[in-house]
Design a protein around this ligand. Structure first.
Ligand code: PLP
Length: 395
């Protein structure tokens, strides 16, 4: 018999994962080139050459006891030092190894920091639409996810609503920019307003409200848009980073947390996060991938590839009448459903045109669908006539 708590998690299990499985079955039935699966954020761009070269070199030329052994739960000291130096070059900060904790992807990092900060009954505020797993991650520690709806015109946080949602129970605000599922990048001015709200509320309630900035898409931004470094705007910020998307390594499970020294209760937070990494069962992030990450700090994914897909999809869908949010980052397009019930629209796409899109309610925002365009250019090109037919069927 499974636990009551797991019954809830299983019942609400990710619709995106279910669609991914269904897409595979549909591909067997109709042929891979006749199924257009836009459900999962699994990068189609291969990892940069530097990654393969680093793996081969490390496995061939480094002491295997070091490569494959246990280590400090926070990760290899020299890897953390290298990543800290890289961040310092980019953001003018002065981090050291003590500010970096290597994690099992962003998902591992978020669970580590939630375990570190949350008591049962605490609230984690986020802006909807949001990455649906936040609900489970908060639930893992018996905390409650509270949604603040984004401004429907811009999909930036609605400052007044956010302020209303932050109460004496709020321990964490989790933000994600570039955003999954909308593709928007929060401007500095908006983040500055949020910082003022958090400072005011922390002062009023006499305890810090931490901002967790979930940033797996930081390097995937288009048209030169600035992705502000949030710890420079709000001091109680912890950054969760990952190589899943920016180096196309989602299966390798490697990422890191940045915990700046100016954070309130820094010593206790870093010590607890180190222990959390161990007792959640991660023990430490994958050792080979840590070494690869340090070697490939400056490597870049092919952002131009995603940009080309973005333009094809955005122009293609808007020209046949869909209302879309123009993405500035990540690799998702957020599209208004032509009928109120977006699950019916998604079903029509699937049943009539073998196109898989994700209903917005799995991101806490009904009436929209998410299209992940980290697929081949041809998949988008070949899906556009189907999208057009579905649009016409609503006229
Ligand atoms: N956060 C967001 C917003 C994501 O979109 C994802 C993955 O899709 C994650 C976290 C988890 O990333 P990782 O594979 O690094 O655990």
């Amino acid at each position: 018999m499974i636990s009551e708590k797991m019954k809830g998690f299983v019942a609400n299990s990710s619709i995106i994962r279910a669609m991914f499985e269904e897409g595979k079955k549909m591909a067997e039935k109709y042929g891979t080139d006749r199924v257009y699966d836009f459900s999962l954020g699994n990068p189609n761009v291969p990892a940069p050459d530097e990654v393969r070269e680093a793996i081969v070199d490390i496995v061939t030329n480094t002491d295997p006891v070091r490569v494959h052994g246990y280590m400090n739960n926070s990760g290899f000291e020299d890897v953390r030092e290298t990543i800290a130096r890289h961040l310092n070059e980019l953001y003018g900060t002065s981090y050291g190894a003590g500010n970096i904790l290597m994690t099992v992807g962003a998902a591992g990092g978020l669970n580590v920091i939630f375990k570190t900060l949350l008591n049962p009954g605490d609230e984690v505020v986020t802006v909807s639409p949001y990455f649906g797993e936040y609900r489970s991650y908060a639930g893992n520690f018996d905390a409650v996810l509270v949604e603040s709806a984004a401004d429907p015109k811009t999909f930036y946080p609605d400052i007044a609503d956010l302020e209303a949602k932050i109460t004496e129970k709020t321990r964490v605000l989790i933000l994600n920019s570039p955003n999954n599922p909308t593709g928007v990048v929060y401007p500095k001015a908006v983040l500055e307003e949020i910082a003022l709200v958090l400072e005011r509320k922390s002062g009023r309630y006499g305890a810090p409200i931490y901002l967790v900035s979930d940033e797996p898409y930081r390097e995937i931004a288009f048209d030169g848009v600035e992705v502000p470094w949030i710890p420079s705007i709000y001091k109680n910020t912890i950054v969760g980073s990952s190589y899943s998307k920016t180096l196309s390594l989602p299966g390798e499970r490697i990422g890191y947390l940045v915990i700046p020294s100016c954070l309130d209760d820094f010593e206790n937070v870093t010590a607890a996060a180190n222990v959390a990494n161990r007792i959640l069962g991660f023990v430490n992030a994958p050792s080979l991938m840590q070494l690869v990450a340090a070697r490939c700090c400056g490597a870049k994914t092919d952002v131009a590839y995603y940009d080309r897909n973005r333009k094809l999809l955005y122009d293609g869908l808007t020209s046949c009448g869909y209302e879309c949010v123009k993405p500035e980052g990540a690799f998702y397009l957020w599209v208004k459903s032509p009928e109120e019930d977006e699950t019916a629209f998604a079903a029509r796409c699937k049943n009539e045109e073998q196109i898989l899109v994700v209903p917005g309610r799995s991101f806490g925002c009904a009436g929209y669908v998410r299209i992940a365009y980290c697929v081949s250019y041809e998949t988008i090109l070949n899906a556009l006539p189907g999208f057009k037919k579905v649009a016409e069927s609503y006229r």
